[in-house]
Design a protein around this ligand. Structure first.
Ligand SMILES: Nc1ncnc2c1ncn2[C@@H]1O[C@H](COP(=O)(O)OP(=O)(O)O)[C@@H](O)[C@H]1O
Ligand SMILES: [Mg+2]
Length: 283
């Protein structure tokens, strides 16, 4: 599903954000990406989302080498991903229903499909009763559930979330990850960056730790030896970096407007095969 082969990323100002990253995430996995502020976590996700390109190495997403992909094809790669933002990115003047429906509309779904799908997805995230509300009438946890609904509505093969619980009450963070877990159980791959140790400890998932642009721990490497239900063996090691965690996160810039607009361009150039519907959340 996702593979990094000797990937390095150096930004124009000379900052090496990632250094020789190698890893594989299989279809259906749930992965927490952890590490201190500035470690390279967001850069890692941006390479997967084609927001940045590596300087060297290959990034393979769904069998496509996205490090070399033509710009016009990027929207079609992104359509297979549900992206969840730390700051929700909801459209304030639209209702909850319309926020989710809009995500389907921009990819050309029919109104019949939209009418059927949106209520289903809203009920999946437990917000059917808030469909007519506006984002400013919702709690942070509820807003992020709308963000999740929007990410899910086009039936992505993968959810990519950069600190999705960073702006919500810690107690509600568990709810969001519970939902992501449920979505994952239904077959969608989940990649989630987080700072919150309590989450990582509570949900026993694969943990990839990035430190100064390098992977310093990956529980997948020891999975065969770890019986289910047992604490991941890496946790102690992970604890060593605890002090390095900053409370204040650098505010990343996402090019969301641009990304949204680009959904509409270049349709005729899309010669990828049709998305397969396997791993659907319709189950
Ligand atoms: N657009 C950019 N231009 C220059 N440097 C950047 C850019 N984005 C991130 N960086 C730098 O790359 C490093 C990794 O950043 P980032 O991937 O955002 O880390 P994290 O998400 O783990 O906090 C940091 O040193 C950061 O300052
Ligand atoms: Mg970040």
């Amino acid at each position: 599903m996702v593979e990094f082969r000797n990937v390095s990323k150096v930004y124009n100002n000379g900052t090496e954000a990632l250094h020789n990253i190698n890893l594989k995430v299989d279809k259906g996995e749930f992965v927490f990406i952890v590490g201190s502020s500035g470690a390279g976590k967001s850069t890692f996700l941006k390479l997967i989302m084609c927001e940045e390109r590596p300087n060297s190495g290959q990034v393979i997403v769904d069998g496509v080498d996205v490090s070399r992909i033509r710009k016009g094809k990027i929207p079609y790669i992104r359509r297979r991903m549900g992206i969840v933002f730390q700051d929700f990115r909801l459209i304030d003047h639209m209702t909850v229903y319309d926020n989710v429906a809009f995500a389907m509309h921009v990819v050309g779904a029919s109104s019949k499909t939209i009418k059927k799908r949106v209520p289903y997805i809203l009920s999946l995230v437990g917000l059917q009763h808030k469909a007519k509300h506006h984002p400013n009438e919702l709690s942070g946890g509820e807003r992020q559930r709308v963000g999740l609904a929007r990410a899910l509505v086009n039936n992505p093969t993968m959810i990519v979330a950069d600190e999705p619980t960073g702006n919500i009450d810690p107690a509600l963070s568990f709810e969001i990850v519970d939902l992501l877990s449920e979505i994952n159980r239904r077959g969608t791959t989940v990649l989630m960056v987080t700072h919150e140790h309590s989450l990582v400890k509570h949900f026993h998932k694969r943990i990839i730790q990035i430190h100064s642009g390098e992977i310093v721990a990956d529980t997948a490497a020891m999975q065969e030896d770890v019986p289910e239900e047992q604490e991941p063996a890496v946790e102690e090691e992970y604890g060593e970096y605890e002090e390095g965690y900053s409370e204040v996160e650098v505010n990343e810039e996402y090019e969301s407007e641009e990304a949204d607009a680009s959904y509409e361009e270049d349709e005729e150039n899309f010669d990828e095969e049709e998305e397969d519907e396997e791993g659907s959340v319709d189950g």
